[in-house]
Design a protein around this ligand. Sequence first.
Ligand code: 13P
Length: 211
Amino acid sequence: MTETQLRDLLVKMADSLFARGFSVGSAGNISVRTPDGGYLITPTNSSLGWLDAARISKLDADFRHVDGDKPSKEVVMHRAFYTARGDAGAVVHLHSTLATAVSCLPDVDWNNPIPPLTPYFVMRVGRRMPIIAYFRPGNPAMESTIHAAAKNARAVLLANHGPVVSGKTLTDAVYAAEELEEAAKLFLMLRGSSPRTLTPGQVDDLLETFG
Ligand code: 13P
């Protein structure tokens, strides 16, 4: 995909997330690798519902701002995924309500709070999605913690803040962020009712079949 096509797709997918309530106000940010080795990232304080393709921030291969509006304050959060995961082509950070609710619960397993309830959660998000300790938004200190976790996880939940999800492509990352929000909804709906989860064998089968 050309950079122009990526800009247009980013605007379209961000608008779709905003329209369906996955993001409110100026919450959330999205980045994608460009064919020249750089990155596009949403500008700071921009609404995902009102992006202008020409004003999206452009970063070079070293994550330096080279064009467009001032980038998101969360560049380090995105950089942590790109540097940890060679397969990450895009990163989506949201404050989506139900995944964020899970990130606030005191009694969940921080190594993997949401069990494998459905195949698409496993296929999109993977086997494991840990919770990361709370950091103030934009705090550069979060980078090393997220980087370490991202080596073994396609997505993390930032405590009391929200999800950060990577994908091979922009579409993959957005679909995974949506699937995570639905899995969080199911998890919260089923809390206290001992639901059946997928077995380890079923999870292995999904990951072997769909990657
Ligand atoms: P930016 O507006 O700087 O992208 O920050 C929004 C956000 O979601 C902070 O976590």
